[in-house]
Design a protein around this ligand. Structure first.
Ligand code: HAM
Length: 420
């Protein structure tokens, strides 16, 4: 039987991992610039954290979680997202006692039992930023600016920021009544899921991706018309802040997002280069999440960006050409004694901080040169029996094709000078 990776789960192979690390590096540097500090959260948590935090009636909790019982009979779940865990960690480690807001950066895989398609996987990677401990609308703007800066720093164009405010529970209640009234005589036109959502969580209908439901949603009342004075003010200040930084955005009054913890601001950055799964990142404010998972009231705002989708766009726009770097040196040797010398030199070079490799399959000179080429070596060091007998090695520059003879005892200082 041939065992493959489970459906929707991918290997990130050498050649791709460089792209992953490139994106992660850009995000990590941005985290430093914006003063978000790295946190590493567990891969699994108590199921309750997500069911209470994300919401029982969401697709994530009701049908996409990888939940299992451990040997102690506890219900655990592979994390489908990072926000609930970061809020849990904030509460558990008393970050409320430190100066507010506290800002966190996280990078790692998430797990959702979704139907796999281009840009949608069952294990996927997120870059996540969260700012906890302040309701200030300028913090919402900072988070949106950070998301935009991430895309800008990666060189991604053709993007759109969509924003909305879904208010507080008070605003949502009024809006839900209006939405239900609007949908009441159109129920039979909605998909089966949305007919269920009408009863369990009517706001989720706005999030349905089916064309038939979307066309009905287009005529629905707008939540921004139902905001209370405080939420309205908050949203105005977010928009003013975005204008202050000249960040381009469009208002999407139906952007509710797929997680129940949002209050007030929601946003997404959409790429025109992606198909159905076009959200590169999404986030918003979640002022009640900490309370809902059993803690005190801690306002928060953040976003997560999907690595696979970012890499897809970068590839499509040809922005990743330089990520696959070769090694500095490949040592080619001919004969037993030369191989031993090559092996010793290899060890010395590596300890000097020079990336180097050699052949371990006793290939002939031509075949070893081919490997050096495949490994994109900048220089090849050739140690043959003749060269060795006079204490010399050849160093060939693979770009120019120029070759020099250097005495074995000078190789290290020669390469040190070259590496400088
Ligand atoms: P989300 O919209 O569920 O939000 O996910 C954020 C991003 O993760 C999406 O925009 C997308 O790029 C990527 N993503 C989601 N699901 C998949 C999948 N199955 N395959 C590939 N990529 C995927 C959250 O997770 C929230 N925790 C974001 C947040 C942070 N809100 C506040 N703070």
């Amino acid at each position: 039987m041939e065992i493959t990776a489970p459906r929707g789960v991918r290997d990130i192979l050498p050649g791709e991992t460089e792209k992953w690390r490139f994106v992660e590096g850009v995000a990590y540097n941005l985290a430093k610039r914006y003063n978000y500090r790295e946190i590493i959260i567990p891969i699994f948590e108590h199921t309750e954290l997500f069911s209470r935090g994300i919401g029982e009636a969401t697709d994530i909790v009701s049908k996409e979680m990888y939940t299992f019982e451990d040997r102690g009979g506890r219900s655990l779940t592979l994390r489908p997202e990072a926000t609930a865990s970061i809020v849990r960690a904030y509460l558990e480690h008393h970050f409320e006692q430190k100066p507010q807001p506290q800002k966190f950066y996280f990078f790692g895989p998430m797990f959702r039992y979704e139907r796999p398609q281009a840009g949608r996987y069952r294990q996927f990677w997120q870059i996540d930023f969260e700012a906890l401990g302040s309701p200030d609308p300028l913090l919402d703007v900072e988070v949106i600016a950070l998301a935009w800066d991430l895309m800008f720093s990666l060189g991604i164009k053709n993007l759109e920021i969509q924003i909305n405010s879904i208010g507080c529970p008070k605003c949502k209640e009024g809006y839900k009544i209006a939405l239900k009234e609007y949908l009441a005589d159109k129920l039979n036109l909605l998909c089966e899921d949305c007919q269920r959502r009408y009863e369990t969580n009517v706001l989720r209908i706005l999030d349905c991706k089916r064309e038939s439901c979307r066309s009905i949603v287009e005529g629905a009342p707008k939540i921004t018309d139902y905001l209370c004075a405080d939420c309205k003010n908050h949203f105005e200040e977010v928009k003013e802040g975005l204008d202050l930084l000249s960040l381009p955005y469009i208002l999407n009054p139906y952007l509710v997002r797929g997680l129940d913890y949002y209050t007030r601001t929601t946003f997404e950055i959409i790429s025109y280069k992606l198909g159905a799964q076009n959200a590169l990142c999404g986030g918003g404010r979640y002022d009640l999440l900490a309370f809902e998972i059993g803690g005190s009231m801690v306002p928060g705002v953040g976003f997560a960006a999907g690595l696979e989708r970012i890499v897809m766009v970068l590839e499509e726009e040809g922005l990743l050409q330089d990520t696959e770097k070769g090694i500095d040196i490949f040592i080619v040797s001919i004969g037993e004694e030369a191989k031993k010398q090559a092996f010793k030199l290899l060890h010395i070079l590596r300890r000097e901080g020079i990336s180097a490799d050699m052949d371990y399959t006793n290939k002939n000179l031509k075949a070893q040169m081919k490997i050096a080429n495949q490994k994109k070596a900048a220089k090849v060091l050739i140690i043959g029996e003749d060269e060795l007998s006079v204490g010399m090695v050849k160093i060939r520059d693979m770009d120019s094709g120029k070759q020099e003879e250097v005495s074995l005892s000078d190789v290290l200082s020669y390469l040190r000078r070259w590496k400088k």
